[in-house]
Design a protein around this ligand. Structure first.
Ligand code: FO1
Length: 307
């Protein structure tokens, strides 16, 4: 069995590649970018993974439902409601139903499991916690929700810190802990280390469980050289005084990751990463199409079988 720790846009490609190769996979999803908007609970990373596995994802944007319209949002704008977050009409059906179910007492895990069955996905998608953990960005325009920083302000403000509100008192999802325990291998997807993986490993119960099987935990670098494959990873890493390179990501992961996969062009960083007590593997980590996704998935799976 394989467990993947995942964010959204960057992670879904690898999750899809692995899903094509195994029937026994659990995905532990980040919840730090979940946001209450218009009275609805929106869970971007969970939805990106579910839509991706269901073949519904808008591949160009990397979020939302393919072919969606934005009539409701346009009408809300006319009514003077905040419209900075692009909620599509079909996507709204997910948020409406989820919020209704949660208000009637279902947990986020139960709702996510329901989504998986409605969208006919066999992989388990497990929110890292059922409690609320919110990724907040400290900027020169004040502290704000990650979505405000990234979408409303287009990632423009200067960043001096990142923290996970609620993470200390949140309980790690029991199912996520069980999945890690039962797995032959845990893979950390090439996601933003600070805003996608950070909120997951900020949960003490999960971090402890990963550290216990560190030699079976393998991370794929989200960076090649100094450039983030997607998103504002470099900006967050600089704020946390981490080197904005695969070596910086390695440092951030070093207490719970035993093997790190980097691009061949980052070979020069391999000794620094090995010094952190990690094995280093080099292969193509850019996934431009389905073949690349499966190829990287197979490469990672072979490492476990071969070990
Ligand atoms: N990202 C944007 O850049 N602009 C949007 O308007 C936007 C809307 C949106 C709606 C639903 C959803 O699930 C994701 C959405 N995202 C949007 C992506 C999201 O902001 C982030 O990329 C993720 O939270 C990071 O993983």
């Amino acid at each position: 069995m394989i467990t993947v720790l995942a964010g959204g846009t960057g992670s879904v490609k690898l999750v899809r590649g692995l899903a094509a190769l195994t029937d026994d996979m659990a995905v532990i999803s980040n919840v730090g970018d979940n946001i209450w908007l218009h009275g609805l609970y929106v869970c971007p990373d969970i939805d990106t993974i579910v839509y991706g596995l269901a073949g519904l994802l808008d591949e160009k944007r990397g979020w939302g439902v393919r072919g969606d319209s934005f009539e409701c949002l346009a009408q809300m704008e006319k009514l003077g409601a905040p419209s900075w977050f692009g909620l599509g009409d079909k996507d709204l059906a997910t948020h409406l139903t989820r919020t209704d179910m949660m208000k009637k007492g279902k947990s986020l895990s139960q709702v996510t499991d329901w989504m998986r069955s409605r969208y006919a996905i066999s992989e388990r998608v497990i929110p890292a916690t059922d409690d609320e953990v919110v990724t907040k960005i400290v900027t020169d325009r004040g502290r704000m929700h990650l979505q405000e920083f990234w979408v409303k302000y287009r990632g423009e403000p200067a960043v001096s810190g990142v923290y996970y509100e609620g993470a200390k008192r949140a309980r790690a999802n029991r199912k996520a802990i069980d999945a890690i325990r039962r797995s032959d291998m845990v893979i950390i997807a090439p996601a933003n280390p600070i805003s996608s993986i950070g909120p997951i490993v900020a949960l003490a119960g999960l971090r402890k469980e990963l550290a216990k099987k560190r030699d079976k935990v393998m991370a794929v670098s989200p960076l090649i050289g100094e450039a983030a494959v997607s998103g504002p990873a470099v900006k967050y890493m600089k704020a946390l005084r981490l080197a904005s390179s695969p070596a910086g990501v390695g440092e951030y992961y070093s207490d719970f990751v035993g093997a790190f996969v980097i691009a061949p062009s980052d070979d020069n960083l391999a000794p620094r990463i090995r010094n952190l007590g990690m094995q280093v593997y080099k292969t193509n980590i850019i996934m431009k199409n389905r073949d690349d996704e499966i190829q990287l998935g197979r490469y990672l799976m072979d490492k476990v079988v071969g070990s």
